[in-house]
Design a protein around this ligand. Structure first.
Ligand code: PLP
Length: 411
């Protein structure tokens, strides 16, 4: 959906330079067609599963318009806070398709989730299960619970986005869960309906998922032996995308062939919580080149965006491709940096890109996931705007913040 026509970079039918000139920079642009295409790809990979819930992971990008798109695709939601449930409901989402994860759910959040009737609360610890039981008892209801296990499998991804290894805060170890089984049976206001796992993000091969599926199948069998009526298996998210155009995309054919028999044999509803795969490649962050500076024998392309707009480079050493919106002759090797007052505010080091000049725009590619949703106002920088392109149409889906917004909570 992003391609050059002559020297200009287009998103679907519209020149990105026209968009940047109309809406300014930094600016998030999303391609609606690409989101629909990725949704179709994923749905096809899971087409042999009868009882399937795709629960879009709201944390990845919670723009209301994108959430509405997800609900129109009949997707549910993986939520992590009352705020995410609130936004999902505002977008017309069905609470009965929402699963609620997170290690620190407060009583208030549990009440909120129970009041709205979420499908399953994925508990991340034994104390949390006890709390869910208490809250449900106070309200005279039975809470549907999924137990998030930590299967201790290697996700083959960045350490900071690995969540299913021993020693991290997520999930319950299988051993602890099984030794707690007798106690859990005494809790009369919960119904343990599911088992859940999420081993990490940006996973580019099927094997770690298959390992997690085996773990979850084993736990399901053990829990059933104990008398729990397990009806749902939540496999979490994690499908990766090729940020570096030299990377191979996730092989859904291989995944489908290997995963389908395991998932069918579970005899449960199957839930997946994809995020990055659905929206990552659809988004770009447009940046304006403010200065080009030469020092220390290097060239710095200084943009008007920063780590407050897009933190993945600083936080995870993430790689993104950079494409100028208008191609000029020649190329330069440069550090592409932001405006924030931190040395770590660097998007790319020693990167060869097509020549740019002061005032040009460049696109940080594949910025749709964990981009705007992780943005902050650090350095008192108002949040960027977001637009959605669909064919030849472009729509503002979040206005750019102004200086007044910086004091909107009187602080
Ligand atoms: C519980 C849970 N589910 C789903 C996701 C979405 O992961 P991804 O964007 O890699 O699909 C995350 C994010 O790491 C998560 O924590």
């Amino acid at each position: 959906m992003y391609r050059y026509i002559d020297a200009d970079l287009y998103c679907e039918g519209i020149s990105l330079r026209d968009i940047a000139e109309a809406y300014g920079a930094p600016l998030y642009v999303y391609s609606a067609s690409l989101i629909r295409e990725r949704a179709g790809q994923l749905t096809r990979a899971l087409s042999d599963i009868d009882d399937l819930l795709i629960a879009y992971s709201v944390k990845v990008n919670n723009n209301l318009t994108l959430l509405k798109m997800m609900t129109e695709l009949s997707f549910g939601a993986d939520i992590i806070s009352a705020g995410e449930l609130y936004k999902y409901l505002k977008a017309g989402g069905d609470p009965r398709k929402a699963v609620f994860a997170g290690v620190a759910k407060s009583r208030e959040e549990l009440v909120y989730a129970l009041t709205h009737g979420v499908f399953m609360i994925n508990a991340e610890s034994i104390p949390e299960i006890i709390r869910i039981n208490d809250v449900a008892k106070e309200r005279g209801v039975i809470a549907p619970v999924g137990v998030r296990i930590n299967p201790d499998v290697e996700a083959r991804t960045h350490a900071k986005i690995t969540t299913g290894r021993r020693g991290v805060k997520f999930g319950i170890s299988v051993q602890n869960l099984l030794t707690s089984a007798e106690m859990l049976k005494q809790l009369k206001n919960i119904d343990i309906i599911g088992v859940d796992v999420h081993i990490g993000s940006q996973i580019l091969s099927p094997e770690p998922f298959l390992a997690a599926m085996s773990a979850i199948a084993g736990v399901t069998a053990e829990l059933r032996k104990e008398g729990f009526n397990i009806r749902a298996a939540d496999l979490g998210g994690g499908f990766g995308i090729p940020y570096n155009k030299k990377d191979r995309p996730f092989d859904f054919n291989r995944y489908k062939a290997a995963a389908t028999p395991i998932l069918k044999a579970m005899g449960t509803k199957i839930i997946l919580e994809p995020g990055r795969f659905l929206v990552g490649e659809s988004g770009v962050l447009l940046l304006k080149v403010e200065y080009i500076k030469s020092e220390w024998g290097k060239t710095f392309v200084i943009t008007n965006g920063g780590m407050n707009d897009y933190i993945r480079s600083a936080m995870y050493d993430a790689y993104n491709e950079f494409y100028p919106l208008t191609l000029r002759d020649g190329s330069i090797t440069c550090d592409i940096v932001g405006t924030v007052c931190e040395t770590s505010d660097i998007f790319a080091a020693e990167r060869k890109i097509s020549t740019v000049e002061e005032g040009d725009y460049i696109a940080l590619m594949d910025a749709g996931a964990y981009g705007f949703s992780m943005a902050s106002r650090y350095n008192a920088r108002p949040l960027a705007a977001e637009v959605l392109v669909d064919g030849d149409n472009v729509k503002l889906i979040r206005r750019r913040e102004n200086l007044d917004d910086l004091t909107d909570t009187d602080g």
